[in-house]
Design a protein. Structure first.
Length: 574
C-alpha cells in the first residue's frame, strides 16, 4: 500500500469519526475517552491479573459503590461488629493476668520471668488442653519421650545458626541429613532440597524457583500456575508475593480430587507449573498425581506435589496396610515436593523441607548478591539466619522414631480416622465430604447448618477447622486421637449434637467464627470479606482484654514485683 493510499484511508476514517461526533458536547467527548481508556486499562490488567476479567470488573464496580456514604457506613459498622465479636471470643480477661505494653526500665529477675511465662502457658491450657485430643491438627504431639528429647537437644543448639556453616558444622550436618532422609523417603534418587521454616515457606520457595527457571529457560515474563481449588492457600500467598497469576481448576464434587481434564484446559504458553496435593488440606484426599504429571510432561513445565500435611504419613501408608498409588519422585514429571517435619514428623514447630528432582533446579531457588559492600551474600531460602536448634530437634526426632516408628504411628492414626468415619456416615443428617485417603475427615450436612455443629463442638472443647465451598468442617487426626476414650468422646459428642440439630434443622448460626464463613460465601465483593477478616488478625495483636461494662469488671493499675516495670492487672470488679 503506497503512502497516498495510507493517507487517503486515514482521512476517510477521521472524516467518518468527525461526522459521527459532530455536535457532541465536549464533556461527552471527554467522558467517552475516559471510559474507553478505563476499559482498555481494565482489560489489559485483567489479562495479567490472578483473579480473571469478570471478578476484576466486579471488584472495581464494588470499589466505586463503596464511595457512596451509606454503603461505606454500613461496611464500617460491620467491621466494628466483627472486631467486637472477635474480642469477645478471643480476649476474655483472666483473673490475675498482667499487661506489659512497654519495655521494663530494669530487667526482672529470672524467677519472676519464669513465673510469668508459666501463667501464660496455663492460660493456653485453660483455653484448650490439647493434650486431651481436643484439637484438629494444630499440635502434632509424639509423646512425652519426644518432648523431653526435643527440650534437651534444643538447649544444646540454642545459639547455633546454619547460615554460618563454617562456625557450626555439626548443626549444618544435621540439617543436610534431614533433607536427604526426606528425599529418600520420597524416592528421589537424584533429589535434593532445603530446610525451611514451615510448609508455607516451602511452597513459596517452590513457586519462586519455577518462576526463575521458566524465565531463564523459556523466556516467560508473565507466568501463571494451575492448581485445584482445594490446593493449600499458601500457593495463592506465594503468587501474591511473587507476582504470578494463579488459575484454579475445578475438583470432582464427589471425591474432592482435582479434575485433571479441567486443569489441562487451563494450561497455556505462560504456565510454569501445575500442582497436586497428597493429601489436600480441606478433605484429606490424594489428587491424581500421575494424571497431573502427564500434563507437566506434555507441556514441559514443572509439577509440584504438596505433601506438607502427609509428608510423614503417606510414605509409610503401604507398610501400614493402606496401599497408595505413586505420588512422589517415582512419577515422571514431578519436579518438586514439600513435606513438613513439624507435623507428623513430631518435631517442634518451625521446620519443613522443600525438595527438587535435581540440583540444577534447586539453583534457581538460591539468592546471591555479588556486589554488596558487605561481601558476597548468598542464602538458600527466604531466611537469612536460621534456628539451628530447630534443625537439630528435627534430626533428633527422625532418629528416635525411625522407619518402623513412623509406620506404627501412621497405622494407628489412619485406623482412628477410619473408625470415626464409619460411625459418622450412620449419623442422621451428616455426610462425608470428599473421599478421605489420609488423616483428615471432612463432615457436612444437607439437612442443617453444619456450622452450628462446628460451633457447638467448640463449646464442648473440640477445636475443629471450619471449611467452605462446600460448607463443612474437618477433623485432622493426630497421634493424640488414637486412644479409644478420645474416639468415644468425639463420636458421642457428634451424635448428641446431631440429634439436637435435627430438632430444628432450619435454624441458622448467629454467633461464633462460623458466621464469618456464611457471610463470606454470600458477599460478592471478596475485598470486603478481607477487610472484615482483618479484624480477626488485629485482635491477635491486642494486649488488653475485652471488657463489657464497668459493672462486670474493671481495669486497674497495680505495681508489679519490679517497681520499674509498668504493668496492668485484670481483676474482677466487686
Amino acid at each position: 500500500m503506497g503512502e497516498a493510499s495510507i493517507v487517503g484511508a486515514w482521512q476517510a476514517v477521521t472524516g467518518t469519526a468527525n461526522g459521527y461526533l459532530s455536535g457532541t458536547e465536549p464533556w461527552k467527548l471527554v467522558a467517552y475517552g475516559a471510559a474507553t481508556m478505563w476499559t482498555i486499562n481494565v482489560l489489559q490488567n485483567s489479562h495479567r491479573s490472578d483473579i480473571g476479567l469478570f471478578d476484576d470488573l466486579k471488584r472495581r464496580v464494588f470499589k466505586l459503590a463503596r464511595l457512596i456514604p451509606a454503603v461505606s457506613k454500613e461496611i464500617e459498622k460491620s467491621r466494628v461488629k466483627m472486631y467486637t465479636d472477635m474480642m469477645k471470643e478471643y480476649k476474655k480477661p483472666v483473673e490475675g493476668e498482667q499487661y506489659t505494653p512497654t519495655l521494663p526500665k530494669n530487667g526482672r529477675p529470672i524467677a519472676d520471668v519464669v513465673k510469668a511465662c508459666q501463667f501464660m502457658n496455663d492460660m493456653s491450657r485453660q483455653k484448650a488442653d490439647w493434650s486431651k485430643g481436643g484439637c484438629s491438627g494444630t499440635v502434632y504431639h509424639g509423646g512425652e519421650d519426644i518432648t523431653s528429647l526435643a527440650k534437651e537437644v534444643f538447649g544444646m543448639f540454642v545459639w547455633e545458626n546454619p547460615l554460618h556453616g563454617d562456625v557450626f558444622p555439626g548443626c549444618v550436618k544435621m540439617e543436610s541429613e534431614v533433607i536427604q532422609m526426606c528425599a529418600n523417603l520420597m524416592n528421589g534418587k537424584t533429589a535434593c532440597g532445603s530446610m525451611t521454616s514451615g510448609g508455607t515457606e516451602s511452597i513459596c520457595m517452590a513457586v519462586r524457583t519455577h518462576r526463575e527457571w521458566a524465565r531463564e529457560t523459556k523466556g516467560i515474563q508473565y507466568p501463571n500456575i494451575v492448581v485445584g481449588v482445594s490446593v493449600h492457600v499458601a500457593f495463592d500467598k506465594a503468587c501474591d508475593y511473587y507476582r504470578i497469576k494463579i488459575k484454579h481448576c475445578a475438583v470432582d464434587p464427589a471425591t474432592g480430587r482435582v479434575d485433571v481434564a479441567s486443569m489441562a484446559r487451563l494450561v497455556d504458553s505462560n504456565t510454569i507449573m501445575v500442582v497436586g496435593s497428597a493429601p489436600s488440606f480441606p478433605h484429606g484426599c490424594i489428587d491424581d498425581i500421575e494424571g497431573i504429571a502427564q500434563i507437566a510432561r506434555k507441556h514441559k513445565i514443572g509439577m509440584h506435589v504438596d505433601c506438607c500435611l502427609g509428608g510423614f504419613i503417606v510414605p509409610f501408608m503401604d507398610q501400614a496396610g493402606y496401599p497408595v498409588k505413586p505420588f512422589d519422585f517415582r512419577v515422571d514429571g514431578v519436579t518438586s515436593m514439600s513435606m513438613d517435619t513439624h507435623k507428623y514428623g513430631y518435631t517442634p514447630k518451625g521446620t519443613s523441607v522443600v525438595l527438587y528432582r535435581n540440583t540444577e533446579l534447586r539453583h534457581y531457588q538460591y539468592f546471591v548478591m555479588d556486589s554488596w559492600p558487605g561481601g558476597i551474600y548468598a542464602t538458600p531460602t527466604q531466611a537469612g539466619s536460621r534456628p539451628g536448634a530447630l534443625a537439630a530437634t528435627a534430626w533428633a526426632s527422625m532418629m528416635h522414631f525411625g522407619n518402623d516408628g513412623y509406620v506404627e504411628c501412621a497405622r494407628k492414626i489412619l485406623q482412628a480416622r477410619e473408625t470415626v468415619q464409619k460411625i459418622v456416615v450412620s449419623v442422621p443428617g451428616l455426610k462425608i465430604v470428599g473421599s478421605p485417603d489420609v488423616t483428615v475427615l471432612a463432615i457436612g450436612s444437607d439437612v442443617y447448618d453444619i456450622y452450628r455443629m462446628g460451633n457447638e463442638m467448640g463449646h464442648r472443647g473440640w477445636f475443629i477447622n471450619q471449611l467452605q465451598y462446600p460448607a463443612c468442617f474437618h477433623i485432622c487426626f493426630t497421634y493424640l486421637h488414637v486412644e479409644q476414650d478420645v474416639i468415644d468422646r468425639l463420636v458421642n459428642d457428634i451424635k448428641e449434637i446431631a440429634n439436637d440439630l435435627m430438632q430444628d434443622p432450619n435454624k441458622k448460626l448467629t454467633e461464633g467464627t462460623g458466621v464469618i464463613y456464611g457471610m463470606a460465601q454470600a458477599v460478592p465483593d471478596k475485598s470486603i470479606v478481607s477487610e472484615l477478616v482483618w479484624a480477626y488478625l488485629d485482635v491477635q495483636y491486642e494486649t488488653r482484654p475485652y471488657i463489657e461494662g464497668e459493672e462486670e469488671c474493671a481495669h486497674v493499675s497495680e505495681e508489679s514485683a519490679d517497681p520499674n516495670t509498668p504493668t496492668e492487672t485484670f481483676v474482677s470488679a466487686k
